[in-house]
Design a protein around this ligand. Sequence first.
Ligand SMILES: C[S@@+](CC[C@H](N)C(=O)[O-])C[C@H]1O[C@@H](n2cnc3c(N)ncnc32)[C@H](O)[C@@H]1O
Length: 267
Amino acid sequence: MPDLYLQIADQPDSVLEAIAASMEDRISDPAMQEICADYLGRLPGPGAEVVEIGCGNGSSTEMILRHLRPGRLVGIDPAEGLLARARKRFAARDEMSFASGNAVQTGLPGEGADVVVAHTVYSHLADPAAALAEARRLLRPGGILAVFDGDYATNTVALFDGDPLQAAMVSTQRNLIHDPYIMRHLPGMMREAGFEAPESRAYGFVQTERPAYIQSLMARGVTAAAAAGDCSEALAQGFRDETDARVEAGRFYGAILFACHAARKPA
Ligand SMILES: C[S@@+](CC[C@H](N)C(=O)[O-])C[C@H]1O[C@@H](n2cnc3c(N)ncnc32)[C@H](O)[C@@H]1O
């Protein structure tokens, strides 16, 4: 899939700003806050050494801070523009730092982390097996890797069979997600990478009345589709208009199935 996140370090600031705003829309939804409270609340708590892979502008980092209260947190991301936003956001927090790197090469020392978290990152990775190996290297024996992401192949905005707006969601998946099936493969991949059998939890996420996140996701998706030549700008605008019209009329429905796989490195 031509996921633009595969070239995230080369994206202009306008794209990074749209991503940052969309991440804020998602994390501020009370349903997503409940989901984060559940999966992060199961991880080792206060004082832990935490590495966040793909921290972006720090939206998910806020949730990690709230629910884990780490002794130390290092955020890693390949997009300098997003890292700059995260650094500014947490400038007053001495226990936090942010570094340029990626899921396969973090540049961090081995066996220093109690917890590694990746919040909606693995679906964008070209080599998730190498990312699992790097996460295992970062963890102390007994440490936990938590991978949270969408089972994006099930995304729907359709109100009936053949709903043309579903094509906008399919286009969004094609241009913003590298592997919409990754969460189905990860439990097996985690075991193959040397983790104990993961504990998996699923979370339905439905937006209707105030669908700020799915609306912004689709707007970014069809904009990327037009930029990639998948469709004309006129069609992308039509998709954005139809989405906005459904929201305005109170007829919008969007659903994403999220999941968390949390696996322990053997002690
Ligand atoms: C959907 S955003 C999620 C950001 C953040 N975790 C959040 O939920 O607010 C995906 C993030 O993964 C980062 N990313 C993309 N490719 C990556 C890679 N190879 N390794 C680590 N992070 C990557 C992007 O820069 C972006 O910040």
